[in-house]
Design a protein around this ligand. Structure first.
Ligand code: ADP
Ligand code: MG
Length: 594
């Protein structure tokens, strides 16, 4: 076997491990104390073993009074030192480990905050959660526990080797049988761990994902009787996780017994060497016992050293996948211009959008101008590309070709944060955060505005009506995801948030879809007021709400197929007029849109 093949780690593992150690570098004073303690811990055992020869040869055989007095004291002292060292090495290493895990978790979380929107559609959120809860925990093992075992047991092995060598170099030759075999075992085992660890991590992502999905969809599961399906899916993923974990255990067990077997050859070799007629009389019982004990004491350390590879490798593959995520390029932001307050002049020029997933062309060349302070309504069948078009504005998606101009300049020339400051957004599904009503309305950069402003925004959004009835008004806690509010109430909070932001561009993507006609009419008034001096893009299902828009763009299959005011489009008697008639049931439908 070539030297390369039996190398314990490949270059990639070494690179990852180095980077991981970089995370602990900040704690170097603690690390030094811990490493010294580990060395003392391992060394003390060797020192004790080394005392065996005088105990046997001088204390018992010659009844040396000096040793009879001092030996018990030395033993207590040796173990006292060892006890202190164990504390500092264990606590020190845990201290570094927990800090490293936290730094990793923070880096991963920071990555979630800056990764492009497309990333979140590309994998199950279970994987995103388990990176924080499971994968980063694996790192504690590699960066610390494994290091502790390596240093402590490594020093023990070296110490015992020294004990053997200093007692009898001749008898130490017996070890030669063992060394190559142990290196081989460790190499085979470590490669195997690496492959399995990666798979376990992915499995944990799937386990988390399955749980998350089922908990989130608890209503659907009950109504559609999905319990059995959910349970069998959960069993399937946990079966796989258990199988992989047992594979690790089997590898550990195999390597332990293999090492033990190899060691029996070394012990047999020791007896064989010690009992040669030429040497049997020159070796004292003390020497023999000391060498034998030292070799025996090496054994558990060697086993632990071989098995520590599992912790090490799972940590390394964990770190590898986390570093991969941390290194993922953030949202593209080549903008240099800081946009103070946009005039709201918005122009789409031949904008195409092809979603990478499935190579689907959602927009096929859209041209649209939204003049400052005007309202543009987008209408069209579901799936016609309305949401896709507005999702380009905050650059959740980038146009595949074509340009978007804001105030006459390509909108990518503005920095991303300053571009997003120009946009208030109310979407189809409203996400509320765990916190009070006030915290939800004055969210993010809006935090810190006065209570009057929050109430004014809530009033404009027609939300005060139900907020007043909550036990603590705007300071009432609305649980995670705003579960205790109805869809319409949630939308009104989102509208209040948008009103409070007071941005020059307002996007309403079916923002009033969950409202009844009465509240919609009230909010429409508020929005009318809000829309006055800003550029608004409104997607609405109910055409009655957009009749007063400055222009109406009818979309179909990713294209704008009609554009004009309500009156113009009605006169044109095309798609819009047909849609309108369908909704108002004025006349039997003559021509179906498209
Ligand atoms: P609308 O808002 O008009 O109902 P959308 O803009 O949401 O339509 O969707 C337009 C088309 O793009 C649909 O056919 C939809 O399946 C597709 N689509 C939307 N989002 C994505 C995505 N993230 N990846 C791939 N296809 C998408
Ligand atoms: Mg939509």
């Amino acid at each position: 076997m070539s030297g390369k093949k039996i190398a314990l780690w490949d270059a990639e593992s070494r690179r990852v491990y180095k980077r991981l150690l970089g995370y602990s570098a900040r704690y170097w004073p603690v690390a030094i104390v811990a490493i010294i303690s580990m060395a003392v811990d391992g060394g003390a055992l060797a020192v004790f073993t080394n005392k065996l020869r005088p105990i046997i040869d001088q204390l018992f055989a010659q009844k040396d009074p000096y040793l009879i007095f001092w030996m018990p004291i030395w033993i207590i002292l040796i173990f006292l030192v060892r006890g202190i060292a164990t504390f500092f090495s264990s606590y020190g290493i845990a201290y570094i480990g927990r800090n490293v895990v936290q730094s990793m978790q923070r880096d991963v979380f920071a990555a979630y905050l800056r990764l492009p929107a497309a990333f979140f559609g590309s994998e199950h959120s279970g994987h995103q959660i388990s990176r924080i809860t499971y994968t980063s925990e694996q790192i504690a093992g590699a960066s610390t526990d494994a290091l502790k075992v390596t240093v402590t047991e490594g020093v023990t092995v070296l110490g015992m080797f020294y004990v053997m060598l200093s007692n009898s170099a001749y008898l130490t030759l017996a070890l030669l049988v063992m060394i190559p075999a142990i290196i081989l075992i460790a190499a085979v085992v470590s490669r195997r761990y690496r492959v399995i660890s990666r798979r376990i991590q992915n499995m944990m992502g799937s386990v988390t994902g399955t749980v998350e999905e089922t908990v989130e969809a608890h209503r659907e599961v009950r109504i559609y009787g999905g319990q059995q399906h959910a349970a069998s899916r959960f069993k399937q993923v946990t079966d796989r996780a258990r199988y992989l974990n047992l594979k690790i255990a089997a590898t550990n067990a195999t390597s332990s017994s293999a090492i033990q077997t190899v060691a029996s050859f070394a012990l047999a070799g020791l007896i064989f060497l010690g009992s040669r007629p030429s040497v049997i009389n020159s070796i004292s019982p003390g020497v023999f016992v000391a060498v034998l004990t030292a070799m025996g004491a090496m054994l558990p350390s060697l086993k632990r050293l071989a098995n520590v590879q599992s912790t090490m490798q799972s940590g390394i593959s964990a770190a590898e996948s986390l570093f991969e995520l941390i290194d993922t390029p953030p949202e593209v932001d080549h903008g240099t211009q800081e946009l103070e307050r946009s005039k709201g002049d918005l122009r789409f020029e031949n904008v195409r959008l092809v979603y990478p997933r499935g190579d689907f062309e959602a927009l096929g060349g859209v041209n649209l101008h939204c003049a400052p302070g005007t309202v543009t309504a987008l209408v069209g069948r579901s799936g016609s590309g309305k949401s896709s078009l507005v999702s380009l504005l905050p650059r959740f998606n980038e146009p595949t070709s074509g340009r978007i101009l804001l105030d006459g300049a390509d909108y990518t020339s503005y920095t991303l944060p300053s571009l997003r400051k120009q946009i208030a957004w109310v979407g189809q599904s409203v996400v509320l955060f765990d916190g009070t009503v006030a915290e939800n309305i004055a969210y993010g950069e809006l935090a810190g505005v006065s209570e009057q402003e929050i109430i004014a925004a809530a009033e404009a959004a027609n939300a005060m009506e139900f907020i007043q009835r909550l036990p603590k008004g705007i300071h009432s806690h609305i649980g995670e995801g705003g579960n205790m509010l109805s869809g319409g109430q949630r939308q009104r909070i989102a509208i209040a948030r948008a009103i409070l932001k007071n941005a020059p561009i307002l996007v309403l993507d079916e923002a009033t879809s969950a409202l009844d006609t009465e509240s919609e009419r009230l909010i429409q008034q508020a929005l009318q007021h809000l829309m006055r001096d800003r550029t608004t893009l409104v997607i609405a299902h109910r055409l009655s709400t957009i009749e007063h828009a400055d222009q109406i763009a009818v979309m179909d299959h990713g294209l704008i197929i009609e554009r004009g005011t309500h009156a113009e489009l009605m006169a044109q008697n095309g798609h819009y007029a047909t849609l309108h008639r369908m909704q108002f049931n004025e006349r039997p439908v003559v021509a179906v849109a498209n």
